[in-house]
Design a protein around this ligand. Structure first.
Ligand code: PGA
Length: 255
């Protein structure tokens, strides 16, 4: 049984003060919702303040990126050692990082290994562009991204991570995938690739989220799909909508 997981990717939004005010507003409402793992991913600078506010609640905390080296002359980077103890999750390979900051499959793979080595749970993002989607290349592209991301990992490590299927054309556009469409990519392509690389049990054990214009209005459609275990939420995670998304997810799929 896979526990559903809803994560909020705040991207480059909210000052520390805004983050604190928002977490104060939603934390108790979130903790009342059971059966779903809840994760907030603020900017690096707000992590410590949000950790303080979350205290002993059951709300998880994640970073949005990380470098793979532990320390050294890497100006501007944040290492797994710095995140360890501060948060439990780290989003890796988001399409915005791949598009704007030159992240490669190989770099994402190294980051995943570094995160796992330090006990952080990676949320690994994959997904095709609009051009690839329209050209019918989704399966080949996403399968390739999964293979590259998981290169050299043991089955046990794969079971410990989370994959987020985020079609680029659905991110921030208000044009979400359909539940059935996302379920097909996640079930056939992502779990299929993992079954190919490892085995069916591993493919069924790994949690896979959908991401891209998730809202309170469409979350039930995604959560009612058998292969979708949750969502990575961008824009709607900046507002109290996030609580509604978590609540509806628990209603549809809470364990
Ligand atoms: P969105 O972003 O929900 O605003 O579409 C999702 C994401 O990029 O993780």
């Amino acid at each position: 049984m896979r526990t559903p997981i809803i994560a909020g990717n705040w991207k480059m939004h909210k000052t520390i003060e805004e983050a604190v005010a928002f977490v104060r507003e939603i934390r108790f409402k979130l903790t009342e919702i059971k059966g779903v793992d809840k994760v907030l991913c603020p900017s690096f600078v707000a992590l410590a303040a949000v950790k303080e506010l979350l205290g002993p609640t059951d709300i998880g905390l994640g970073a949005q990126n990380m470098y793979f080296e532990e320390k050294g002359a890497y100006t501007g980077e944040v290492s797994p050692l710095m995140l360890k103890g501060l948060c439990q999750y780290v989003i890796l390979g988001h399409s915005e990082r791949r598009a704007y900051f030159g992240e490669t499959d190989e770099g994402v793979n190294r980051k995943i290994k570094a995160a796992l080595a330090h006990g952080l749970t990676p949320i690994v993002c994959v997904g095709e562009s609009l051009e690839q989607h329209e050209a019918g290349q989704t399966e080949e592209w996403v399968s390739g991204q999964v293979r590259a991301a998981l290169a050299g990992l043991t089955a046990e490590q794969v079971r410990a991570l989370i994959i987020a299927y985020e079609p680029i054309w659905a991110i921030g556009t208000g044009k979400a995938a359909t539940g059935a469409g996302a379920n097909a990519v996640i079930g056939l392509t992502i779990r299929g690739t993992i079954a190919d690389l490892y085995d069916q049990a591993t493919a069924q054990a790994v949690r896979v989220q959908y991401g891209g214009s998730v809202s309170p209005a469409n979350i039930a459609e995604f959560m009612s799909q058998p292969d979708i275990d949750g969502a990575l939420v961008g824009g709607a995670s900046l507002k109290p909508d996030f609580v509604d998304i978590v609540r509806i997810s628990a209603e549809v799929k809470g364990v």
